[in-house]
Design a protein around this ligand. Structure first.
Ligand code: WQD
Length: 339
């Protein structure tokens, strides 16, 4: 009998791609989302890609009774928790909003998982490493004090999961994502930022589409080869596959420890300027950009050592940054055509 995976935040950017990956791998998937930061585009896209309707529950994970009811209704073998606010700047201005939502919802997931013996995969972030002393970072690299409440919630949720695994006999995995970008090759699901994008790639695609006048490159005086920051841009479909590998590892009892952490990145540093140039080249267009002052809070350079994920999850990034940037542009054109 196939196993059932609950995807909280399954209508969002990462959740929708993970849902497709899980379903294609043979899992039954239940999507739950309060739609606070998205519309139905990705849910409809998921169903179109899969050629079937998936169970969808509109609910808020801060509502403990609703979470309990959900776990009682479906026999859930594992939960992947994405439902959270994710704007770094907003979290600095409104820390309580972030602490209440991101911690409260995860506590409810953990409570229900304890009651039902459900395994938990948490979507963490490379932000937990702060400005690393050494690059690339391994899972053993020290976590640094968070520079935003958003980053702090990622660290705290990792700790909540570790402690609950120890105490309650469930299994847990935290995946630390680097910079997820791109879209599904079908261009039916992708990132739908509300308002002005904070992240680089949606800003690039919106500028190329004429929705934004000019991309600002935040700083070209960093101590890197071309002076712009280095990041590890991980393709969203590759990222989704890492979740399938991790869930399978949990459900097939293949974990070495009941709580494990994996970096999910490519292992390749790419500068902001390199990314912009790769976007121009692969899509055959010129991007309007200018050099602007540094953005507060940005680290100079961070990229993953993904060795552990390859060894233990059997997972490795495969899509080239060019293909990923082509998919991001295809998605931008797809949504521009709908508006
Ligand atoms: C990448 C690079 C910018 C926009 C953040 C969160 C992280 C994770 C992913 C999300 C940096 C530069 C950006 C622009 C630019 N969480 N940039 N002009 O900051 O590495 O990570 O998003 O949910 O936790 O911190 O990603 O895409 O914002 O920036 O020059 O208009 O692009 O300075 O060097 P970041 P990003």
């Amino acid at each position: 009998m196939s196993k059932t995976v609950l995807v909280s935040g399954g209508a969002g950017f990462i959740g929708s791609h993970v849902t497709v990956g899980l379903s294609q791998a043979g899992y039954d998937v239940v999507i739950a989302d309060n739609m606070s930061n998205c519309d139905e585009t990705n849910y409809k896209g998921v169903c179109a890609i899969l050629g079937k309707q998936l169970p969808f529950v509109k609910m808020d994970f801060c509502d403990a009774a609703a979470v309990d009811a959900l776990f009682n209704k479906y026999r859930i073998d594992a939960v992947i928790h994405f439902a959270a606010y994710k704007a770094v700047g907003e979290s600095v201005a409104e820390p309580l909003k972030y602490y209440k939502n991101n911690l409260g919802s995860f506590l409810n997931v953990l409570e229900a998982s304890r009651a039902h013996g459900t395994h938990v995969l948490f979507s963490s972030s490379a932000t937990v490493y702060g400005e690393p002393e050494k690059t690339p970072v391994t899972e053993e690299s020290p976590r640094q004090e968070a520079t935003s409440p958003y980053g702090n919630t990622k660290q705290m949720c990792e700790d909540f999961l570790r402690d609950c695994v120890r105490a309650y006999g469930i299994h847990g995995i935290a995946l630390r994502y680097f910079n997820p970008i791109g879209a599904h090759p079908s261009a039916l699901i992708g990132e739908l930022p509300r308002g002005v994008p904070n992240n680089l790639v949606p800003y690039i695609t919106q500028t190329a589409a004429g929705k934004r006048e000019c991309l600002s490159i935040f700083g070209n005086d960093y101590p890197t080869e071309d002076g712009t920051c280095l990041r590890d841009y991980i393709d969203i479909v590759d990222l989704a596959k890492a979740h399938v590998c991790a869930v399978t590892r949990m459900l097939e009892d293949k974990m070495d420890e009941p709580y494990e952490i994996f970096n999910i990145g490519t292992g390749r540093p790419v500068s902001v300027l390199e990314l912009v140039k790769a976007f121009e080249k692969v899509n055959g267009l010129k991007l309007n950009y200018k050099i602007a002052p540094r953005r507060a809070g940005d680290v100079t350079a961070i990229w993953a050592d993904p060795t552990l994920a390859e060894k233990k999850l059997g997972w490795k990034a495969t899509r080239s940054v060019e293909d990923t940037l082509a998919s991001a542009w295809a998605w931008e054109k797809h949504i521009a055509g709908k508006n």
